[in-house]
Design a protein around this ligand. Structure first.
Ligand SMILES: [Zn+2]
Length: 286
């Protein structure tokens, strides 16, 4: 462990001091609205910006500010997330309602997505809407609400790092077309369909596409080239995706980007990185 989580979660005050280090690295408060470093302390942890007069708190405008958790709850929940615990286990360990733990875990995933290379492009498009994330709020979208479109991702691995590219110009219909007319092998993992090598990508992957749930052609004697591989990203992801029972089409991009992050930091303690991400400002998605 890079640091001793038990020590920092001993009290709300010690947990808050740690989060302050992530939010205000040089020790000075930062106004979420204008960036000014000058502020007056008000009662109950509130601050007033000397520049624009905005009243804010430690987590205002940051991913961690959207969940309604205490600093101590955030630290403990992030440690459980780092250990790949489920939202059910988080809720039980922290004595939180399941929905609260689930929402907090979703905020961690959104913060990871926002930090990834094409994360802002993903969040600004219809995928952001489909995730219920508007930048200032996170509203659960009813499970049966239709998706604007089912996205396709390309997975590329180079030098032990994986890159999961959102391919906005490609649709599940394209995958079916390549399968039917150009014999592109496809395979299935629950609602997830993935392909053989395509251009620069080791595999193309999508989840929950109606058009692919009905039909695609098994190419005799041929399977996607990622299928038999024993190391690299795909076996790592396949094992975890199989464990996320019934991953929904809506949440699939979040899980995939989470796996990209976990894989690329697989030899590190990710907790400090998670804390950096959840303490960062929510990007302006306008
Ligand atoms: Zn200000």
């Amino acid at each position: 462990m890079a640091f001793d989580i038990d020590r920092h979660t001993r009290s709300e005050a010690s947990a808050r001091r740690l989060l302050e280090k992530y939010c205000w690295p040089d020790g000075q408060p930062v106004c979420p609205r204008c960036g000014s470093r000058k502020a007056y302390a008000l009662a109950e942890g509130r601050l007033r910006c000397a520049g624009c007069r905005y009243t804010y708190r430690l987590l205002t405008g940051r991913f961690a500010g959207l969940a309604g958790l205490t600093a101590r709850q955030w630290l403990r929940l992030a440690a459980l997330f780092a250990a790949e615990e489920t939202a059910h286990a988080m809720a039980a360990a922290l004595d939180l309602a399941y929905n609260t733990a689930y929402k907090a875990a979703t905020l961690i995933r959104l913060a990871l997505l926002a930090e990834s290379l094409d994360g802002l492009a993903v969040l600004r498009g219809h995928l952001g809407n489909d995730l219920g994330f508007s930048g200032k709020t996170l509203r659960p979208v009813p499970a049966d609400a239709p998706l604007a479109a089912v996205p396709v991702f390309g997975i590329l691995e180079r030098g032990g790092m994986v890159f999961i590219d959102y391919l906005p110009d490609m649709t599940p219909e394209d995958l079916l077309h390549y399968n039917l007319h150009f014999s592109l092998p496809l395979s299935r993992l629950g609602a997830i369909v993935y392909s053989d090598r395509y251009q620069r990508y080791a595999t193309l992957v999508t989840c929950g596409a109606e058009v692919l749930s009905r039909r695609f052609v098994e190419v005799a004697g041929r399977a996607p080239s990622v299928e038999p591989s024993r190391d690299g990203f795909w076996p790592y992801a396949r094992e975890r995706l199989a464990r996320f029972h019934g991953v929904t089409a809506r949440k699939f991009p979040l899980y995939l980007k989470e796996l990209e992050f976990r894989y690329n930091h697989r030899n590190e303690d990710i907790l400090p990185i998670l804390l950096t991400n959840i303490c960062s400002f929510v990007p302006d998605l306008a």
